[in-house]
Design a protein around this ligand. Structure first.
Ligand SMILES: O=C(O)CCC(=O)C(=O)O
Ligand SMILES: [Fe+2]
Length: 353
């Protein structure tokens, strides 16, 4: 296993300007955000926008639908998720209201405390490696599960409904994730708890509120650079009006479109490892626009850091040898974060050579 901290920049924990401030000041080309010419978003083909496959959870074909979607896209949309459109609007509204607050007000929740960069709170990219290209986004990260490990002092009180709405969204997401994991197990003819039991009673969910300000040079920057998620699964509530999420499918970038009020679900690297590579964690990215900002809420659902994960026994056989080693989730996440900032995948770190 390689040393994740090689080329690392040691503890750069000074506050940087928020992307929102750069956007409002009309900063045209802050150099740290400009992507290398060969990797720029210009190769996006918005004409290839395509609706994600729909999985009808709880319906007779759910297992076949989820298997087909995960084998082709690694991503799908759910419409019957039990969250009424008015509730999804409320979640988007509190996110938007928070990001609309003056930067100084939001900085009450800043992710830098006593000179240390924390995973939770309001901020933007941590500089982890030399020459790192930064993403054109500000965000608020909050652990929402397990509940006894949340840090309420970092949960915004403005707007006043923020905490209650986030709590309700968490509970509903948790139920949805449990259903998705059961259906995923069923689709591989596994015991329905095969993925869940690894989570035990407790489930880690990290809520990530993304704000992508307008960018005067959207062809030169990414809202989020190409990556796969380090999660088991991710649930995304996309912006209601602005698309921007793109997924790599058959070697091409496709702009993701969904039905109104759908939730997007994608698997992450932990599911790729546990499914012994049957399901691939999709590479995706976010682009920005010169004339419209965008918000999204991603709920990152993962095994607890102390767990050791590896391919489920039944999925390893002579026909399909073990592709991944057993890895401790905490170690994986550390390598994942380091590689993410370099625009690289962490999956090969866990691969059986
Ligand atoms: O903004 C989005 O739609 C997706 C964001 C994303 O991929 C992420 O935060 O990992
Ligand atoms: Fe992602």
């Amino acid at each position: 296993m390689d040393a994740p901290m090689s080329r690392a920049v040691k503890s750069v924990c000074t506050e940087r300007k928020m992307v929102q401030e750069r956007s409002e000041a009309g900063e045209a080309r802050p150099i740290e955000y400009i992507v290398k010419e060969s990797q720029r978003p210009a190769d996006a083909k918005p004409l290839l926008a395509s609706p994600l496959p729909v999985v009808h959870l709880g319906q007779p074909d759910e297992a076949e639908e989820i298997k087909a979607a995960l084998q082709s896209w690694g991503m799908f949309q759910v419409i019957d998720h039990g969250m009424p459109p008015s509730f999804l609007d409320e979640v988007r509204d509190v996110a938007r209201a928070f990001f609309k607050l003056p930067v100084e007000e939001k900085k009450k929740y800043i992710n830098i405390r006593d000179g240390m960069f924390g995973r939770e709170g309001y901020g933007n990219d941590q500089v982890k490696v030399e020459g790192q290209i930064l993403d054109w986004t500000d965000r608020l990260y909050l652990f929402v599960q397990p509940e006894d490990q949340t840090k309420p002092e970092l949960w915004p009180t403005n707007p006043t409904s923020f905490r209650d709405v986030l709590h309700e969204f968490t509970m509903k997401t948790k139920k949805l994730v449990e259903d998705v994991l059961k259906t995923t197990a069923k689709s591989l003819e596994l015991n329905q708890d095969s993925f869940e039991s690894h989570l035990g009673d407790k489930f880690s969910i990290l809520a990530k509120f993304n704000y992508y300000p307008c960018c005067s040079k959207p062809d030169l920057v990414f809202g989020v650079k190409p990556h796969s998620d380090g999660t088991l699964i991710t649930v995304i509530l996309p912006d209601k009006d602005v698309e921007g999420l793109q997924v790599m499918n058959d070697g091409e970038w496709i702009t993701v479109t969904t039905s109104p009020h759908a939730l997007i679900i994608n698997i992450g690297d932990q599911m790729e490892i546990m499914s012994n590579g049957i399901f691939k964690s999709p590479v995706h990215r976010v682009v920005t626009f010169s004339d419209k900002d965008r918000i999204s809420i991603a709920m990152f659902c993962a095994n607890l850091p102390g767990k050791v994960i590896g391919p489920v026994d039944e999925l390893v056989n002579d026909m399909r040898p073990r592709m991944y080693k057993n890895v401790k989730v905490k170690d994986y996440v550390e390598v994942f974060q380091q590689r993410f900032h370099q625009g690289k995948s962490a999956l090969d770190w866990a691969q059986v050579l």
